[in-house]
Design a protein around this ligand. Structure first.
Ligand SMILES: NC(=O)c1ccc[n+]([C@@H]2O[C@H](COP(=O)([O-])OP(=O)(O)OC[C@H]3O[C@@H](n4cnc5c(N)ncnc54)[C@H](O)[C@@H]3O)[C@@H](O)[C@H]2O)c1
Length: 278
């Protein structure tokens, strides 16, 4: 008999963002672990799931209808969906944060004691603790139209919409953890460095191959979707029962190297640029 330390056999899991990349890999792994996996995304999932519901995170009504369509309790909620900066900034902040937060809050009454939530943030959001006044101003807006209008009116100050949305996820994760723990629910986030998924081409378009190459330098390659999916599985598993309010870098040591000055991002970009054929 195997010892199921992750505890996914028979667990009801919901994956938001199971069409491609990390979310697709995650859904496949959860099915293989014996979980009952329900998926949601704006596009249909290629994975054989217990159910799939079309949800557009830009649309409040679509979110609420989507949660209603998924019957019963949710033991483990995985928030993976995201948009890169190649999309309009007001859509990026809505999908990545405002919509994702509303989706989570609408799911919450269905999450029992012992349940867990994990959201994919990004290393792009790693400076969240240095931007709190701006982030709190944005995060105070729960109305979708007001949040979009705030972003459009504050574009200069708010900066890159992708970064803003991921910093907001980190802040919200840490702010929510104490209250959720009183209900026995854990909430965490991961901060991946670049992942070899369809989104990578969008980042290359925005940042350039040299900058992206620098972020791959910690291990000499980008992570695979599976290498990002498994830490999500760990954080929502029984093995992580005392972990909450954590924003975990999944980056082969990049964030730690930068924080301690062992790695120098400008030098890494210059080196990656020198090797780039462009
Ligand atoms: N690829 C990277 O380099 C990288 C790095 C750090 C963090 N991330 C984050 O990882 C997560 C997964 O992205 P990925 O890299 O697997 O890319 P991906 O493009 O394969 O996945 C993004 C998913 O979000 C879904 N989505 C897009 N718009 C939506 C909407 N309006 N409503 C619901 N779902 C929507 C897509 O259909 C897709 O399934 C994202 O949150 C992304 O920001 C990616």
């Amino acid at each position: 008999m195997t010892h199921d330390i992750l505890g996914y056999a028979g667990k009801r899991c919901v994956v938001m963002g199971c069409f491609s990349g990390t979310g697709e890999a995650l859904a496949r792994q959860l099915v293989a672990l014996g979980a009952e996996v329900h998926g949601a995304d704006i596009k249909p999932s290629p994975v054989g799931l217990a159910s799939f519901t079309t949800v557009d995170l830009k649309d409040r009504d679509s979110i609420e209808a989507g949660v209603a369509a998924i019957d019963g309790e949710i033991d483990a909620l995985f928030n993976v969906s995201g948009l890169p900066q190649t999309f309009p900034g007001e859509d990026v902040v809505t999908v990545n944060f405002v919509g994702l937060r509303h989706w989570t809050q609408t799911c919450l009454p269905r999450i029992p004691d012992g349940g867990a939530i994990v959201t994919v943030s990004s290393l792009a959001g790693m400076a969240w603790l240095t931007k709190q006044p701006l982030l709190r101003e944005f995060m105070a807006l729960t109305d979708f139209a007001e949040a979009r209008a705030w972003y459009l009116a504050n574009r200069e100050r708010a900066g890159d919409p992708y970064t803003l949305s991921k910093e907001a996820i980190n802040t919200w994760t840490q702010m929510s953890a104490p209250e959720l723990m009183r209900r026995g629910i854990r909430i965490n986030a991961t901060m991946p460095s670049p992942i070899d998924t369809p989104m990578l081409a969008d980042f290359a378009q925005i940042a350039g191959e040299a900058v992206l190459g620098a972020f791959a330098k910690a291990k000499g390659r980008f992570s695979t979707p599976e290498e990002q999916a498994l830490p999500l599985i760990l954080l929502n598993s029984d093995a992580a029962s005392f972990i909450s309010g954590v924003c975990l870098p999944v980056d082969a040591g990049l964030a730690g190297g930068l924080a301690t000055g062992v790695l120098d991002i400008q030098k890494m970009i210059a080196e990656a640029g020198a090797r780039s054929p462009a």
